[in-house]
Design a protein around this ligand. Structure first.
Ligand SMILES: [Zn+2]
Length: 690
């Protein structure tokens, strides 16, 4: 099993690869050795190919629901088929209201004439109107209150200052939370409208030169984005938007009711500068050149937003799927995907992820043509309408739930992540060893050495700092990981950027600042190919449950601190959970040790792997979290109060945060039982190995 760490990958460890290679070589369509297969995987991805696809796909803005986005579907299918990949598209009809009217005025003094704001991004070519997906409609005028990031704690600060946002239009800066949380919290407190803007402190001149001189956000840059907190089509929560699907009525959808407009700091400044009232707490001060005040008023905003409603609001979206069939275990699927829609040209978010998926497809297709098919099947997906709420991937996962649970080994997600020199990644703790191993064999885009070498150097030689994140909210892994319990994760390269969700996320930006030589794209495609290759070809799936157990065990401390804060230590104990995780880890270690030395034939490997695939499925429950039934995994979820941040053991964590000691105990007992069930899958895997 541990063929994927630094020492074993050269095939000079305890495993006797010659026997395996000999056994495999008698199957004609299988590679002579895993090493030469991997060398081909590294050799094929090409900067010119990536650059061409990046340029083509970012030529025009391609928001979900538009003709330009239908054209990217055809482009992707055409590319895949030209390489010999069997590919098709999958259509869904989605509630996706496009904007009819987005207008704003500023009224600086009580009797002043309203002055209309220009809400565009000059010089960016054709553009998507500046609006937020799933904004409410309205035509409102009110005094402005500055609410910092619009977090729950920011409203507590306002309470302590004696300032209410009831009946006001709030102006919040982007950052620190998913934007949908800002809308939810503003609306909850009676605000009648919301302006969201990008403060230069967060991704503008305060961080570096602004576009077109540098990569950061200029005074006209606007961050669009969805305001929905749920995942998938809001009219079909937890079932798929296929033809004839039952739909939740429009007036009861879980989306904002108040009008929301995203603004540049050029426009936001016009409101913030004349705001009176108390001076802001120091941490609320942004980088605009004056002291910020909280308000309310006297400056007023007039917001007018009208979006499609009724049948006009429904639009078609299309995922694309391509498959390179496995030669040995075709019914075990490795899935890789990235979203294909964008708020603008989207060279970074997410043409960079899309073309990396495509380049990996070209690589595996080339090998298959040379007679080197992967052992397992690999599915290459591009998702539509991710930007509106992970919609394409969610609808697909909801439609194919049973077969995905039965067949998918792991899901690799690539989203907006190839635009700089700095490597990072995140995923289920079971996949992190595999990701780390892949960094050892891929040359770094800037060098010298491998991705691992440069990563280690950046961490000043501290190997304990080479960590991967866990999965919260915000991308297409959620359907696989949070909803179905399938191991998921992804990797990327980032650098400074202030073009997120703006018209300036373009080929020009990418080729001048993000990744001029397309070497990060290539390294990304190579990493993805190596990760897919090992997931597809390892006899025993490279899922590291010993590391998983250790990491989860360490995270119990978060529950302990929550319990201590509530002063429940006398009645609520996490000891049974720690014990269960220790039992889990002990079995995982024994399995790993046995796997390192075992010689498994194809039939036995299949039985072992079927059991391994159950481990994380068993850490889900059908009824999901109390707060959000769609989130069925009990490992991690997006933090309900933040939207992006991760929360470990969410069922217990939320009971501590929102309920009482008895509920926390009930959730702990449920979790312990499920950890024991997951351990039973490992016991089964170990038995199949013997
Ligand atoms: Zn994205």
């Amino acid at each position: 099993m541990r063929r994927n760490d630094g020492t074993m990958e050269r095939w000079n460890g305890k495993v006797t690869p010659h026997l395996v290679a000999f056994a495999l070589s008698i199957i004609p369509s299988f590679p002579l050795s895993a090493q030469s297969f991997e060398q081909r995987l590294l050799a094929i991805p090409d900067t010119a190919s990536l650059r061409q696809m990046s340029r083509d796909l970012s030529a025009v803005p391609h928001m979900a629901g538009t003709p330009a986005q239908a054209a990217t579907r055809d482009y992707v299918l055409d590319r895949l088929r030209s390489w010999g990949v069997d590919a098709w598209s999958k259509e869904y009809t989605i509630y996706l209201p496009q904007p009819d009217t987005v207008e704003a005025w500023i009224i600086t003094e009580p009797r002043a004439k309203p002055s209309r704001l220009a809400l565009t991004e000059p010089g960016g070519g054709p553009q998507v109107p500046p609006f937020n997906g799933y904004t409410g409609d309205g035509n409102v005028t009110a005094e402005v209150v500055y609410v910092n990031y619009g977090l729950i704690e920011d409203y507590k600060t306002l309470d302590s200052l004696g300032i209410s946002v009831n009946g006001k239009i709030v102006i919040a800066r982007y950052g620190r939370s998913f934007r949908g949380i800002k809308a939810r919290e503003a609306q909850k407190r009676g605000a009648v409208g919301l302006i969201v803007y990008s403060d230069p402190q967060d991704d503008g001149f305060f961080r570096g030169d602004v576009y077109p001189k540098g990569p950061m956000r200029n005074a006209n840059g606007i961050q669009r984005g969805s305001m929905m907190n749920g995942n998938g089509d809001p009219t079909t929560p937890s079932w798929s938007s296929v033809a004839g699907a039952r739909r939740v009525p429009e007036d009861s959808l879980d989306i904002p009711r108040i009008p929301i407009i995203p603004m540049s700091y050029g426009n936001a400044r016009r409101f913030l500068e004349p705001v009176a009232g108390p001076s802001v707490p120091q941490s609320w001060q942004g980088a605009l050149p004056f002291r910020y005040h909280v308000g309310p008023g006297p400056v007023r905003a007039h917001l007018h937003v009208k979006t499609e409603r009724g049948s006009r609001a429904f639009h078609s979206i299309w995922n694309t799927i391509g498959i390179v069939r496995g030669a040995r275990w075709p019914d075990e699927w490795v899935v890789v995907g990235g979203h294909r829609d964008a708020w603008g040209p989207g060279a970074r978010d997410n043409v960079s992820g899309t073309v990396t998926v495509l380049e990996a497809a070209r690589t595996f297709a080339t090998l298959a043509k040379e007679g080197q098919s992967p052992a397992r099947s690999i599915l290459f997906a591009t998702w539509d309408a991710e930007e509106w709420g992970l919609i394409g991937s969610t609808e697909w996962v909801e439609e194919l739930e049973d077969s995905l649970k039965a067949h998918v080994v792991a899901y690799i997600n690539e989203d907006g992540t190839f635009s700089g020199p700095t490597f990072s990644g995140g995923g289920s703790p079971s996949l992190k060893s595999l990701f780390r191993a892949a960094t050892h064999v891929v040359p770094d885009p800037t060098g010298p050495g491998t991705v691992y070498d440069v990563w280690l150097k950046a961490k000043k030689g501290d190997t304990t700092a080479l960590t991967f994140g866990n999965l919260g909210g915000g991308s297409d892994f959620a359907g696989f990981y949070h909803h179905l319990g399938i191991p998921a994760g992804g990797i990327g390269f980032d650098g400074p950027d202030g073009i997120y969700h703006s018209m300036y996320d373009s080929y020009d930006w990418m080729s001048r600042f993000g990744d001029p030589a397309y070497k990060s794209h290539r390294a990304g495609a190579q990493l993805v190919a190596v990760i897919l290759g090992r997931l597809a070809n390892s006899d025993l799936l490279p899922l590291d449950y010993a590391a998983f157990g250790v990491e989860m065990d360490a995270l119990v401390a978060q529950l302990d601190s929550g319990i201590a804060k509530k002063q429940w230590t006398a009645t609520v104990s996490t000891q049974p959970l720690k014990d269960a995780l220790d039992r889990f880890t002990a079995v995982a270690r024994a399995f790993k040790a046995a796997g390192d030395t075992a010689h498994v034939n194809a039939d036995r490997a299949q039985r072992v792997n079927q059991a391994l695939m159950l481990v994380e499925r068993r850490l889900t429950r059908p009824e999901g979290l109390v707060s959000r039934p769609w989130f069925k995994s009990l490992q991690f979820a997006a933090d309900l109060d933040n939207g992006y941040a991760t929360m470990a053991f969410p069922s217990v964590n939320e009971a501590i945060r929102y309920a009482d000691a008895a509920t926390a105990n009930k959730e702990l007992t449920d979790l312990v039982n499920r950890v024991d069930q997951a351990r039973a899958a490992l016991v089964e895997a170990a038995a199949a190995l013997r």
